[in-house]
Design a protein around this ligand. Structure first.
Ligand code: UT7
Length: 329
């Protein structure tokens, strides 16, 4: 297809007001400390949803900002693609709850489930629908209430994650700006390195599942780390090749915010210096499918993305899934 087809006409995000600092884990009885978490991950604090906050409310807040910046109303949306690894309910999709909340009555709405890559997968799916003529205006949201699916007794995972939402409105490009290249891959043979063993149809809820806590996220951190660096490096190469660019052409790289060491290794591979890499993992932790949208919104608000900027987005997550996208603003 002849690109660019779609451009990001408006971006928005939302994070719950409650900020939890690393020091607070000790009070929960966990054998961890600020020094370990900062050294191994770069995370200092994360936002935690309150009782009234759900993926519906967080994604709607992010979407309203994105829609207002794009100059559209809910009735203009043809399709809502929502990425989440922590859906509000198992049935139906969180996307339809968002649709109802916004009153986007003309839209088709569905979820994509590609863990931390979901927002990039969603943008790529929406661009494809626009290329096929099935949509003129798309709302793509990544939203997570991960604090509800991590085991607060497991120090190896609960310190890593946070809550929030990011959103973008895609509109047809006039050819001067928009998505220049995309790449997406998966490897399901590695699914059990980062997963929730029970609670789905294969192992439905029962007393044993509750007792052994196997409905919470389990992760082999060290293995995931290695694959994250390798896959995000591949993804940056493929997106650059696709757009016929090199790392030197990138004004800003926004990687998925899981761990500062993964971010640094990916930037080094792509030959992008760290002053051209957006980092907010220190303030949000890993917000999975919300992470890149949240970071992009901040980068735009702080003037690090301007009209004409060429931005490289790259993600990796459970599945495994990985994806990348180059977009000109
Ligand atoms: O979103 C995409 C998917 N997720 C990721 O990208 C995460 C990828 N993985 C990582 O970021 C890192 O592997 C972690 C941050 C999860 C862990 O860092 P690491 O340097 O790989 O540490 P490790 O898992 O090898 O653990 C080192 C030690 C262990 O103790 P021993 O066995 O050496 O005695 C752990 O038990 O650190 C211990 N440990 C902790 N200590 C204090 C694990 N978690 C903690 C903790 N506080 N919270």
């Amino acid at each position: 297809m002849n690109r660019p087809i779609a451009h990001l006409a408006g971006v928005g995000s939302f994070a719950p007001s409650r900020v939890m600092r690393n020091e607070e884990f000790a009070a929960l009885g966990l054998d961890t400390n600020d020094e370990w978490i900062v050294q191994r991950t770069g995370i200092r604090e994360r936002h935690v949803a309150g009782p009234g906050e759900t993926n519906k409310t967080m994604s709607a807040a992010a979407a309203r900002v994105a829609m207002s910046r794009a100059g559209i109303t809910p009735g203009d949306i043809d399709v809502i693609v929502l990425g989440t690894a922590s859906p509000d309910r198992l049935l139906p999709s969180t996307a339809v709850d968002l649709q109802a909340e916004l009153g986007a009555s003309r839209a088709a709405a569905f979820d994509v489930m590609a863990a931390c890559s979901s927002w990039l997968y969603g943008l790529i799916v929406a661009e494809g629908l626009m290329a096929a003529g099935g949509a003129q205006t798309a709302l793509v949201v990544g939203t997570e209430k991960l604090t509800s699916i991590v085991d607060w007794q497991d120090r190896s995972t609960c310190v890593l994650f946070g809550d929030g939402a990011g959103a973008a409105v895609l509109k047809r490009s006039d050819g001067s700006k928009g998505i220049l290249s995309t790449f997406m891959r998966s490897d399901g043979t590695l699914a059990e390195l980062l997963y929730r063993p029970s609670g789905g149809a294969a192992h439905p809820f029962n007393q044993q599942v509750l007792d052994d806590r196997s409905f919470y996220v389990k992760m082999e951190g060290r293995e995931v780390f290695k694959h994250a660096v390798r896959s995000m490096s591949e993804a940056t190469d493929r997106a650059l090749d696709g757009a016929r660019l090199t790392g030197a052409d990138i004004d800003l790289m926004i990687p998925h915010q899981a761990n500062i060491r993964i971010i640094e290794a990916t930037a080094k591979h792509a030959n992008v210096s760290m002053d051209k890499v957006y980092v907010n993992v220190d303030r949000y932790g890993n917000t999975s499918s919300a992470s890149i949208g949240l970071a992009l919104d901040e980068a735009m608000a702080s003037g690090r993305v301007k009209p004409g900027s060429t931005v490289l987005l790259v993600a990796f997550g459970a599945g495994f899934t990985w994806a990348s996208l180059i977009v000109r603003f």
